[in-house]
Write a protein that binds this ligand. Structure first.
Ligand SMILES: O=C(O)CCC(=O)C(=O)O
Ligand SMILES: [Fe+2]
Length: 218
């Protein structure tokens, strides 16, 4: 059973207790580190079929983060707004499938955060180069009764964690290679973002950071 395999995987660092950000939201330090090399290989395979791209924003700007997706749908942004679409608009093809191991890991870490039974159908993959950032936003396009599970790999980033109002004070949470953040329940619509990435070199990802967010859209 997949869940048991993760619990028994000796390459996983000793699992740390959740660091609670708010009710329903926590950081699980290093919980994805044991799977990093395999997952980064998976990201490269997915990017061959559905290349990373920077998307226009409805406001007329351009996102600094490059994105691709896998699973039942992908997130797209353009002059008309944001939405999930079943086909990659760049290739006309369905998005690459969500690897079973990724789905099982997301289910496992969600359970560690108190969300038993989470089964994602979509994974958004963000690629950050130095200077790339993600402005303060809420994740709204998916089912709100399921959490968001976020895995970080490569260069460290500062995760900005706010409140349910855009103007609420921000906490700055460092996210390192292998860290996981889960938010749902009363924290599902908390505003969050990523501060501009500082330049560096990471032994596994080189000059970049990857972030994977697992969501339930349908
Ligand atoms: O890169 C991150 O850690 C956060 C990404 C995010 O908030 C998103 O993709 O909606
Ligand atoms: Fe987000």
């Amino acid at each position: 059973m997949a869940q048991q395999e993760f619990a028994l995987d000796a390459s996983q660092p000793a699992s740390t207790a959740p660091e609670w950000l708010d009710t329903g939201a926590c950081v699980l330090r290093g919980h994805a580190a044991g799977h990093a090399v395999e997952m980064i290989g998976g990201i490269r395979r997915i990017a061959r079929a559905a290349p990373f791209r920077r998307m226009p924003t409805p406001g007329g700007g351009m996102m600094s983060v490059a994105m691709t997706c896998c699973g039942a749908g992908g997130w797209c942004s353009d002059a008309d707004g944001y939405r999930y679409v079943a086909h990659d608009p760049r290739t006309g093809q369905p998005w690459p499938p969500l690897p079973d191991m990724w789905r099982d890991l997301a289910t496992h870490v969600a359970a560690c955060a108190g969300y038993a039974g989470f089964v994602p159908d979509v994974c958004l993959i963000n690629g950050y180069r130095p200077g790339a950032r993600m402005g303060l936003h809420q994740d709204r396009g998916e089912r709100l009764d399921a959490p968001v599970v976020s895995l970080s790999f490569g260069l460290p980033a500062i995760f900005q964690w706010g409140g349910l109002q855009r103007g609420d004070p921000l906490r700055r949470i460092p996210l390192l290679h292998g860290d996981v953040v889960v938010w749902g329940g009363p924290s599902r619509l908390v505003f969050h973002g990523i501060a501009p990435l500082r330049a560096g070199q990471h032994p596994v990802t080189g000059p970049c950071r990857y972030n994977l967010t697992f969501r339930r859209v349908w």
